[in-house]
Design a protein around this ligand. Structure first.
Ligand SMILES: Nc1nc2c(ncn2[C@@H]2O[C@H](COP(=O)(O)OP(=O)(O)OP(=O)(O)O)[C@@H](O)[C@H]2O)c(=O)[nH]1
Ligand SMILES: C[C@H](OP(=O)(O)O)C(=O)O
Length: 220
């Protein structure tokens, strides 16, 4: 099975713009990518980063497993992923987003082990955080409520469908409040980078949030 990891290399994680500078967002996005690639590698699969630009494996990415490779595709996310999906007779293809900072080998293996033609790990808010496609007519349509769209596309294609219920795969890191989950549950480079940036957990408002050293605003 091919495992594809889409990655917006140039201006990643714009929705974190209120709490991270552009340079920090780039570093953090690469830290999450490195964590995701390491988890995939531990499942015994060789990840291909589907990137919008070339990615030198240095700095934040210096530690990525040697099994990882990069394919550059400047098309939209949907078009770039569609071009990798299987045709008749091809092996299944998994698509795992690069912002799943909590992904573990166990969580990924549960997804990869599916018998369904299409298996989807939804993200909170209706997105599609990871999926496995083993059907020649299924194609993606990302953004918006893509989980519901992908269910409908699978049905129309006559593909059997499985939803994978996973906290770790369901947590994509999009908004400032998602940083709490990275600090609570993350184990790799992603929480380490956030701590280096000065973020820490705080429960001053009754619900756990994050604060940054020198700043008083609580993000939760
Ligand atoms: N190859 C490719 N990957 C993309 C593209 N847009 C987003 N991604 C990746 O797809 C996954 C989900 O992305 P989003 O959360 O929707 O977008 P993002 O760019 O990470 O963050 P925002 O700028 O805050 O929307 C992440 O792994 C991104 O790196 C794209 O146009 N091409
Ligand atoms: C790519 C997109 O991600 P989100 O914007 O929901 O994080 C989706 O899951 O359709």
């Amino acid at each position: 099975m091919e495992v594809v990891v889409p990655f917006a290399a140039e201006t990643p994680k714009t929705r974190l713009g209120d709490v991270l500078t552009s340079s920090e967002r780039s570093t953090f996005a690469r830290a999450m990518l490195a964590d995701v690639l390491a988890a995939i590698d531990e499942t015994g699969h060789e990840p291909t980063v589907l990137s919008t630009a070339t990615l030198p494996f240095e700095d934040e990415l210096a530690s990525v497993p040697p099994s990882a490779s990069v394919a550059v595709d400047t098309r939209s996310l949907t078009d770039a992923v569609d071009a990798r999906l299987p045709d008749e007779g091809d092996d299944p293809v998994a698509v795992v987003m690069a912002d799943l900072a909590l992904a573990t080998p166990d969580a990924l293996e549960a997804l990869f082990a599916t018998d369904a033609d299409v298996a989807i790990a939804p993200g909170r808010g209706g997105g599609t955080n990871a999926l496995v496609v083993d059907h020649p007519e299924f194609r993606v349509d990302y953004h918006g409520m893509s989980y519901l769209d992908h269910r409908a596309i699978a049905r129309e294609a006559g593909a059997s469908l499985a939803a994978v219920d996973s906290f770790r795969l369901g947590t994509d890191v999009d908004e400032p409040e998602d940083l709490v989950e990275v600090l609570v549950h993350g184990t790799g480079r992603s929480p380490a980078r956030l701590r280096e940036f000065g973020f820490r957990l705080a429960d001053e408002s009754g619900r756990v949030g994050v604060v940054r050293d020198g700043e008083s605003t609580l993000e939760s």
